[in-house]
Design a protein around this ligand. Structure first.
Ligand code: PEP
Ligand code: MN
Length: 449
């Protein structure tokens, strides 16, 4: 801490500051300049002299080190890894995806979702039991019965569970049923609650307050750490800005900023961060790309009829597609969505054999697709230059046949997607050829110069 004296400060006033500093067991280093005197203050408890700015002759007090200590990477260099029932979050660990409904609505809804998200590779199940809703008339959650359902889901599917606690007196019930206590955005500065979860033996996920700066957020984490709980995970979930196109503005720059200031794990919530289903996957990928240790995502069996946050909840298919994309980009590394090995019934091919056949088929498909494109190119070559490429009627007939297909496991929509992609690629090949011919002709006749 540096105390800057006014240019008019007297020797008595400088001595007054020094005396106060020393009375608090700290050291003062006085440096007398031409215009003014500055005093460096060092020691472990700088908070005890937070009032120095009010002493006579003092112009300003500048803090150099961060006001939070336990959360700071100055205080602890090595990164904290938080263990949640066998799942580890933190530097060097694989991206941990937490998923599940905004609110637990029924046993069936929760179990169905748990099964689906587990199959897709989620490692933690989320579900709100006590919902801090903006309106007192909105669904407030099932309360304690929902905690018991989450406990059941944990036992049934082996996924650790996370749920939001809103009242300090509920902490014991959460400890009985829940693996990670969530402190929601609206409660980030509820210091009584922060102290209560700080005394818990369960890890805490601390969401960023709607209008909290990163420093205020880290000070909230400091409350939990200083109450004795070292297992804090920070969650960026969007802040309120002037923008109305999204529910909140997901501040992804917070992730690298936090990396430089704290050793605590950081996760991103693209569901509350955007408020729109279509924006969840791109912002989840962006969160993974900026180095988040995990993601928390709302998933519902029937988003259109969800009792809360349906607009931002993914259906099972959409969640599966996002997990595929995370695997493709190697943010999630496990090769299988479901890690458990499948049993091959006696007398039948094992998974390895079937995959070999798929690899063969893919190789043949690759050759066939190229052969098809070569024929499309030949058609283009025999056309008059500049004539418009493809035969729309034949394409339409092909897509109609695909849309009416009933044999095989692919739905008509899926088969149509495949042919649609093939037709697009063929058209690009034809267009590229037509373009190169046109350019060659232009060069030969000297036009276009
Ligand atoms: C939630 O995760 O269900 C929730 C209410 O989030 P937030 O506190 O970020 O609004
Ligand atoms: Mn929600």
């Amino acid at each position: 801490m540096i105390v800057v004296m006014r240019p008019t400060a007297t020797q008595d006033e400088v001595d007054g500051v020094r005396r106060t500093v020393e009375e608090h067991g700290l050291e003062a280093f006085i440096s007398v300049g031409e215009e003014r005197t500055v005093i460096g203050v060092v020691g472990s408890d700088l908070e005890s002299v937070a009032h120095l700015g009010t002493l006579d002759g003092v112009e300003q007090v500048i803090r150099i080190s961060s006001p939070y200590k336990l959360a700071s990477s100055e205080h602890q260099v090595e990164r904290t890894r938080v263990r949640v029932n066998g799942v580890e979050l933190g530097l060097g660990q694989e991206l941990v995806v937490m998923a599940g409904p905004c609110a637990v609505e029924s046993r069936e809804q929760l179990m169905q979702t748990a099964r689906a998200v587990k199959r897709e590779g989620a490692r933690v199940l989320r579900g709100g039991a006590f919902k801090p809703r903006t309106s007192p008339y909105a669904f407030q959650g099932l309360g304690l019965p929902a905690l018991k359902l989450l406990h059941e889901a944990h036992d049934e599917y082996g996924l650790p569970v996370i749920s939001e606690v809103v009242d300090p007196k509920d902490v014991p019930a959460f400890e009985e049923h829940i693996d990670v206590l969530q402190v929601g955005a609206r409660n980030m500065a509820n210091f009584v609650l922060l102290k209560a979860v700080g005394q818990s033996r369960r890890p805490v996920l601390l969401k960023r307050g709607l209008s909290a700066t990163i420093e205020e957020w880290l000070l909230a984490a400091e409350y939990i750490l200083s109450a004795g709980n070292p297992n804090v995970i920070l969650c960026e979930r969007g802040i309120r800005t002037f923008e109305t196109a999204t529910r909140n503005t997901l501040d992804l720059s917070a992730v690298p900023v936090l990396r430089s200031r704290t050793h605590l794990p950081i996760i991103v919530d693209p569901s509350h961060g955007t408020g729109h289903r279509a924006l969840v996957a791109p912002m989840a990928l962006a969160g993974a790309a900026v180095g988040a240790d995990g993601l928390i995502i709302e998933v519902h069996p029937d988003p259109a009829n969800a009792r809360s946050d349906g607009d931002q909840s993914l259906g099972f298919e959409e969640f599966g597609a996002l997990m595929d994309e995370l695997r493709r980009l190697q943010f999630v590394r496990s090769a299988d969505a479901t890690p458990a090995p499948a049993l091959a019934p006696a007398g039948q091919d094992g998974i390895g054999d079937i995959r070999d056949r798929i690899d063969d088929l893919d190789a043949r498909l690759g050759e066939m697709v190229q052969e098809r494109a070569a024929l499309a190119l030949e058609v283009q070559r025999r056309r008059e230059t500049g004539a418009h490429g493809h035969d729309v009627r034949r394409e339409r007939a092909l897509l109609e046949r695909a849309a009416a297909a009933t044999s095989g496991p692919m739905t008509p929509v899926e088969l149509t997607m495949v042919f649609d992609a093939l037709l697009r690629a063929s058209r690009s090949v034809q267009r590229r050829h037509a373009q190169s011919v046109t350019e060659a002709e232009a060069a030969a006749t000297g036009s276009g110069r």
